[in-house]
Structures are given as structure tokens and as C-alpha cells.
Ligand binder design. Structure first.
Ligand SMILES: C[S@@+](CC[C@H](N)C(=O)[O-])C[C@H]1O[C@@H](n2cnc3c(N)ncnc32)[C@H](O)[C@@H]1O
Length: 359
């Protein structure tokens, strides 16, 4: 690392707030219909003249906008992921949720000393997370925001049940489906269970790509309503069932393939082993387990995103962390799985691991 990179890292919060503010102001949605002059954009965004040009030019220098003369336009990546009119690929909701982590990171030192999530963790009515002065501590055994009082859209319950969170995660689930569809010879199989499958986005997308399959989406009962909405939208409600219940308590249905996407990293090693054993028990001989998470590289020296994601987990969960494929292979072997392998997933930061239940 050189000095400029060091200084850039120390000011990383500025770039973070730049993109989050631009998303909140809907800069990219405003530019969704075509380029606008700086003056017109400033008028539409209701910005004071003093900072407007520096703000827009900072977005240009960060690769989110292009400027020709005085005309600003979205770059391709901003058009695809930050213009709210592109509902299938829009990541603004997800970035807004991530933006809430901004308020947790100043408490990193405390969590590093205590090994506990930071206190007073709340979800605001606008879909953001925040740390509240003098709030109560999170209780044990719950992942993510499971101890919160209010969902991100104001409903009672954990953040994971809120429409903002579910919609944000659905973008990644849609991106994961083609990779999962290509990763296996699905013609050998008839059924799958998506464990912690949220509102069923991945299940319905997979079904669109592999129409002969039948699926079950297992998640907490609170997700049922959002699953039903998704089933109507997908027009395939008869092909995917919803099993509402605690995946640590309710047996998983017998199946050919079990999918666990972004589940294991929320839990402790003991809990991961419990979930993997349940997957093993549910699979028919010859069946396949698919796990995707943001795996850390074996040397733990190169996975910047994954090590930061582990610190996110420290800040908001009781026992979650990212893990390496080597660690996962050990847990899989202990549960009876064979032939673990791993592949990159395009369209997201995760890796996809596969393992087989012996015939
Ligand atoms: C991080 S989300 C992952 C969602 C989805 N698999 C994906 O890849 O986007 C974790 C999911 O697990 C569900 N979940 C958490 N604890 C659970 C439990 N004890 N039983 C069943 N589902 C649970 C949450 O409701 C949420 O939908």
C-alpha cells in the first residue's frame, strides 16, 4: 500500500456517504430518462449551488456518472443498479440497508473488546439501521437484526421480515438462480428445498429455468404473506410450497437438493453443524447440497470484502462470521457429505459450494 492508498482508505467513509447520499437523492433515477445539464439536475434535486457541482463531479470521478460538456449521464453500472426504474436489478434498497451499518462501525472498538454486537441496534422507518444511544443489548442466539422491535418498513418484527429487506435480497437471489441452474445436472433431480428461502424469489426463478422441478421454501411463518405475493407474481404457486417454521426445530421435507443461501454465516459453528446435519437427513442418497455465502480465501489474506463482512457480523449478530471453503469442507465431512467442490458465482460476491450425500 502506498501513502495515497492509505489516505484514501482513511477517508473511505466519504466515498461511502457520496454514493449513499446520491441514491437517497435519487440522482440516478432522475437521469434514468437521459442526460441532463448540471443546472437542470441541480434544480430537480433541489440542491444549493455551492456544493452541487463538486457533488456531481465527485460522482463522475467515482465512475457513477459521465459528463460531456455540462451534460451528466449515468454510467452503465449506475443505470443498471441505481436507477429505481430498473426494478429487477435496482440495488438502492440494499445500499440503504447497508448504509445503516455506517452507524454501527464507530462502535467497532467496543465490539472488538467485548466480542458482542453493539448495543441499541434499531431499524428506522426509512429502511435504515442505526445504533441508538443507551439502547438495550441484543439477546443471544439470533442472527442479523432478529432482536429488533420494528421492521424496516415500520412493521413489527426483525429486519429480515421487512419488505425493504426482502426486496433488496431478492435482487441477489435473482442473480444467483442462473448460476445455481448451471451448477448441476438438474435432469437427475425432481425436487429441491430452499432453506431460509425468504419470499421464494430464488425458488421461483430456479423453477423458471428448470420447469420440471418442484420446490419447498422453508422460512419463518412471518414470510408467508410475502411468499404468497411472489407466488401469484410468478404464476407458479402450485410448484413451490411454503413451509413456515424454525429450521432448527421443524424437520426439512425429503428432497433431492437442499439450498442454503446466505444462511450459515449468520450462525455459530455448532449451529452450522446442526443445519448441515438437517440438510443431510432431508436429502435422498445421491442428493446434492448447495451452499452459498461470501467465502473467505484459505490464506485469509486476500478477501477484503469477506473480512469486512465478518466484522459486520460482529457488530450486529451474536455469533455470525464468514468462513473458508476449507472450514466448510470440514463441517460437511463431519456430517457425512462427500466430494465438496466450490465455484465462483457471477453477479454477486458469493461463492457456491456443492457436496453430495453418498448413494
Ligand atoms: C440472510 S437471509 C437469506 C435469504 C435468502 N436465502 C437469500 O439468499 O437471499 C436469511 C433468511 O433466513 C430466515 N431465517 C432466519 N432464522 C430462521 C429460522 N430459525 N428458521 C427459518 N428461517 C429462518 C430469515 O427469515 C431470512 O429469510
Amino acid at each position: 500500500m502506498n501513502l495515497n492508498e492509505l489516505l484514501g482508505m482513511a477517508k473511505g467513509f466519504a466515498s461511502s456517504q457520496l454514493i449513499l447520499t446520491a441514491v437517497r437523492l435519487e440522482v440516478f433515477t432522475e437521469l434514468g430518462s437521459g442526460p441532463l445539464s448540471g443546472a437542470e439536475l441541480r434544480r430537480r434535486l433541489e440542491l444549493h449551488p455551492r456544493g452541487a457541482q463538486a457533488f456531481l463531479d465527485a460522482l463522475v470521478s467515482h465512475g457513477l456518472l459521465e459528463r460531456t460538456g455540462d451534460m451528466y449521464a449515468n454510467t452503465p453500472v449506475a443505470a443498471r443498479h441505481l436507477d429505481a426504474q430498473h426494478t429487477e436489478t435496482y440495488l438502492g434498497g440494499y445500499l440503504g440497508l447497508n448504509g445503516g451499518l455506517y452507524w454501527l462501525w464507530p462502535q467497532l472498538e467496543t465490539s472488538l473488546r467485548t466480542g458482542r454486537p453493539c448495543t441499541g441496534f434499531t431499524a428506522g422507518g426509512d429502511g435504515e439501521w442505526g445504533a441508538e444511544e443507551g439502547g438495550s443489548e441484543q439477546g443471544g442466539g439470533q442472527p442479523d437484526a432478529a432482536q429488533q422491535d420494528g421492521g424496516a418498513d415500520g412493521q413489527e418484527g426483525p429486519l429480515e421480515w421487512s419488505a425493504v429487506y426482502v426486496d433488496a435480497m431478492a435482487v441477489f437471489a435473482r442473480a444467483a438462480a442462473p448460476v445455481i441452474s448451471r451448477s448441476l445436472d438438474w435432469s437427475r433431480y425432481e425436487s429441491f428445498v430452499d432453506v431460509g428461502g425468504s419470499n421464494g424469489t430464488l425458488a421461483f426463478e430456479l423453477l423458471r429455468l428448470q420447469p420440471h422441478l418442484r420446490g419447498t421454501c422453508v422460512d419463518l411463518p412471518a414470510l408467508k404473506e410475502q411468499f404468497d405475493t411472489m407466488a401469484v407474481r410468478a404464476g407458479a404457486g402450485d410448484k413451490v410450497a411454503f413451509q413456515g417454521g424454525d429450521f432448527f426445530e421443524e424437520p426439512l421435507p425429503e428432497t433431492d437438493v437442499v439450498i442454503m443461501g446466505r444462511i450459515l454465516h449468520n450462525w455459530s459453528e455448532d449451529e452450522r453443524l446442526r443445519l448441515l446435519r438437517r440438510a443431510f437427513d432431508a436429502l435422498r442418497p445421491g442428493g446434492t447440497l448447495l451452499v452459498f455465502d461470501q467465502l473467505t480465501d484459505e490464506s485469509r489474506q486476500h478477501s477484503r470484502e469477506s473480512s469486512l463482512a465478518s466484522l459486520d457480523q460482529l457488530l450486529f449478530s451474536e455469533s455470525g462470521s464468514e468462513y473458508t471453503f476449507g472450514e466448510l469442507s470440514g463441517w460437511l465431512g463431519a456430517c457425512g457429505f462427500r466430494a465438496p467442490s466450490v465455484q465462483l458465482m457471477d453477479g454477486g460476491p458469493e461463492m457456491l459450494a456443492l457436496a453430495v450425500k453418498p448413494e
